[in-house]
Design a protein around this ligand. Structure first.
Ligand SMILES: [Zn+2]
Length: 412
């Protein structure tokens, strides 16, 4: 039987849900006790987040199996080491697809349009979702000439070759329970002849910013946190699957025996961050990105209702939503049941798993609410501070939730 709920280890869900959310914000006269997690959330900074995204964008679309992808892996590794993140490691695996699949073009193709009731515009979308319009995402751009910026086009010229792949991970080692951890992920590879800024430098930068803050010398956590920058997401989640295959069997084992060290602590939950910045609503009539972020912009926390851990994942999703109410400064969060098409998928039947996104993956992105997706316009110049701030909202949310769940404290 399952002995641990994701929250049995950490804070009590009911206490959090009924807790001090309103007291933390809203200008109430009464102050609450000092909260170290709030101190950590306050260390997030929009300019630092943007700079980390820019650092990733210098490697273009970072397509797997190219030098620009390997250079980005090395840059991420150097950043994590400079933050003082512990146990920086590379996961090594092979990726050798059949030649027809090498381009990765098949993924992201327009999902089949079906009309359950035989009429109307609605249809089925990714992850068991339903799309209530006749708009569909465009799929992957594979045309170099569709990129108007010659410098970005030049960076992206080298095609992908099959073979060895690597991805970088590091850890915050827990002081009291170093044998248990939560996994925070984003994918560093991209496609589409842009700079893969939204998909998924925006999520990778959240993972890196949290690694930076949790690695500060005055921060302690009782439980461990894994930071993972997945590769090969765009070809079918191959990097995350390699991690599950290689590290799953190592969970909770002390090595060397008696050392107090756990190279792979037991997994308590997995939280993925993928496409964090665009909530402009449905596209314009000609299928283009609506020019302004919509006033109702929110972040979307999704779990898979068909997964083995659906009940615990649902509770975890609402835990994240409550953390959003408590710690986020600009935008709210919604919860949905159709987590799909990202690196949390290989974890979902092993441990409670979530994805955080700008929109629901199925009903909204599937309905072309993000026309930058895998297109040449996924470049730095497309986005405004409102978009970057939506990304930082997910960073505030996950940092708050994880800080509470791992018992984070700050030395005074
Ligand atoms: Zn993505």
């Amino acid at each position: 039987m399952r002995s641990t709920s994701f929250i049995a280890a950490g804070a009590c869900l009911a206490a959090l849900l009924s807790g001090t959310a309103s007291a933390q914000r809203g200008g109430a006269a009464t102050d609450t006790a000092y909260n170290p997690v709030q101190t950590l959330v306050d260390r997030l900074d929009l300019e630092k987040y943007k700079n980390t995204i820019k650092g990733l964008a210098q490697f273009g679309d970072r397509r797997q199996g190219t030098k620009r992808n390997r250079d980005a892996v090395a840059w991420i590794e150097a950043q994590l080491k400079s933050y003082g993140c512990q146990n920086v490691e590379r996961i090594t695996y092979q990726y050798a697809p059949a030649p027809a699949q090498q381009g990765g073009a098949a993924r992201g193709a327009r999902p089949p349009i079906t009309s359950p009731n035989g009429k109307g515009r609605a249809g089925n979308g990714p992850g068991g979702s339903r799309i209530f319009s006749d708009m569909r995402e465009r799929g992957v751009n594979n045309d170099s000439l569709a990129q108007p910026d010659p410098a970005i086009r030049a960076i992206n010229m080298e095609p992908s070759s099959p073979g060895e792949r690597q991805e970088v991970i590091c850890m915050k080692v827990g002081t009291k329970y170093p044998n248990e951890m939560y996994i925070i992920g984003g994918h560093m590879d991209g496609i589409g002849w842009g700079q893969a800024v939204n998909d998924d430098a925006s999520g990778s930068a959240i993972v890196m910013e949290l690694a930076r803050i949790f690695s500060m010398p005055d921060v302690q956590t009782e439980r461990s946190i894994r930071f993972a920058l997945w590769n090969n997401e765009e070809t079918g989640l191959n990097g995350a699957k390699a991690y599950v295959d290689q590290r799953g069997p190592m969970q909770g084992k002390e090595s060397p025996a008696g050392s107090g060290k756990y190279p792979e602590p037991k997994w308590l939950g997995m939280i993925q961050h993928d496409m964090m910045m665009v909530d402009h609503g449905p596209p314009t009539a000609d299928g283009k990105l609506a020019p302004e972020q919509r006033p109702e912009a929110d972040i979307n926390i999704e779990f898979a209702i068909t997964s083995k851990f659906a009940d615990d994942a649902m509770k975890m999703a609402f835990y994240w939503r409550t953390a959003n109410e408590k710690y986020a400064t600009h935008y709210p969060a919604s919860v949905g049941p159709h987590m799909s098409n990202t690196d949390s998928d290989p974890f979902k039947d092993l441990v409670p798993s979530l994805s955080l996104r700008e929109n629901e993956r199925g009903s909204q992105i599937g309905g072309n609410w993000d026309p930058t997706h895998h297109q040449p316009i996924d470049v730095l110049t497309t986005y405004t501070d409102k978009d970057f701030m939506l990304g930082l909202t997910s960073a505030q949310t996950t940092l708050g939730a994880i800080g509470q769940l791992t018992g984070a404290t700050v030395k005074k």
